[in-house]
Write a protein of this length. Sequence first.
Length: 574
Amino acid sequence: MDFTAPTADQVLAIRINAGIDELAGHARFAAATPDMVEAIVDGIGQFAAGEFAPLNRKGDVEGARLADGEVALPDGFAEAYRAYVEQGWNAISGDAQFGGQGLPFALAANVLENLGAANMAFSLLPMLTVGAIEALAHHGSDNQKATYLARLISGEWSGTMNLTEPQAGSDVGALRTTATPRGDGTWLIKGTKIFITWGEHQLAGNIVHLVLARTPGAPAGSRGISLFVVPKYLVNPDGTHGARNDLRCVSLEHKLGIMASPTCVMSFGDNDACIGELVGHENEGLKAMFTMMNSARINVGSQGVQIAERALQQASGYARERVQSARAGSPDKAPVAIVEHPDVRRMLLRMRALTEGARALLYYTAGQVDRGALGIAGAQQRADCLVPLIKAWGTDVGCEVASIGVQIHGGMGFIEETGAAQHYRDSRIAPIYEGTNGIQAADLVTRKLGYEGGKVLKALLADRARDAAAYPDLAALAQDCAAIADWMTTSASLDDRLAGSVAFCTMCAVAVAGAQLARQAKALAGDDTPQARAKAVVARYFAEVIATEARGLKAAAMAGAGLLYELDSENLAG
């Protein structure tokens, strides 16, 4: 199934939800004119469809392979990545001081949305580089910025995050990788990291690993971790490659999906000669890690949108082509395309409403990130509150829509050759990495709900209730969320909040996403165009069906933790 970028809906979301025209009114983003926005969205859409999409099935079948410590990708990947770098797509939002175009994050998010919808596994390569850029830009020394940022921003070099270890999982404070000072300002790194996305490959000239490690005498737990930049090839003072660093990929994980993305087990310092440089200050690695993770979590939320869009396109195409059975009540009993059957219509409209709702939430979040970068009051805190919503609910949407896509294909959806199963398999990792969705929900009800005693989140919900005034069920959902937030901040114990966190996170995300769809429908009201007519139906379906379902989660959000501990751990599983 070919991929066609949903350009019109993306431009609408960038305009209405990200508020790109308002952003362009600031000198920093003045280049983001309407013509520029449309050129970028159209251009990356065509590039993704032409270069990345044709490799999606090939990458799934052939996968990444490890031989003699080097990762090989299927034919075509190197050429596509080279074209991506040469055309400047990696540099959209990069700092102009280091060769970037300095455009809003919302436009960089659009680049990744299209690349990921075309080929999710491949798009992880530039996505991880974004985290490395963010960490070095905010916490790196002047020399580190000069050494690495220009090549990372261009995409000539790629970046990774090395956080997880076999014994630690999501508890980064339990890591054992060590960093020992050499006496010349550099450090010797030693340890093993797992689940390192694109940790080894041949597509970029160098791989810049950002590694969490513990220095001698560091405090226990997360307070004692530091961040180090550890390149695959050491960099000479003139910027040229030096010697190969003492690090290697020792194996690739065998995964459910994203087969073309090499998920590496990385070993550092086998010969006690792995050299790294401290980023920022000792024992402040957690701060730098959250800088990396915030952008990564938004971009992972985007992956839910990406896989949903691809699954929707494939399912809708199949439903229009597959002829089976007469329409119920039809007098001539002639078979029709399955798109004419009510239940298939239900599934397709649900897929579309979820996909477009998640996209609206994605660009609203990106727009708040851009406002935070401009220093607009309250924007960064609002963006922080939105991050767990887009990451958790956005990736849940990806899984649901991909699953419905398989269902629409019927038995053929369970057959690998149709491609629907690949979307389902690829989607399943997104709710897990960059902090599981349960961790996102916990973050919402602890750290984010704590902003100004709950005022930041409740103000966000109040704004969304006003946006949804024309849709009573949607407005009521936003009000339910505010009531739960009140209960959580005044009466609930920590266990009670955590027990209801996933339900609450889902409710908040649906409320905000639905309100953003309502804004789109209002902006198009009065237009006699296919897009305007479709958006009115999609927004209404979201408000009347999806928001109503989300309201049903209120009881779970406020149930408390008591029932969860009625069974002891031995009897919990039966």
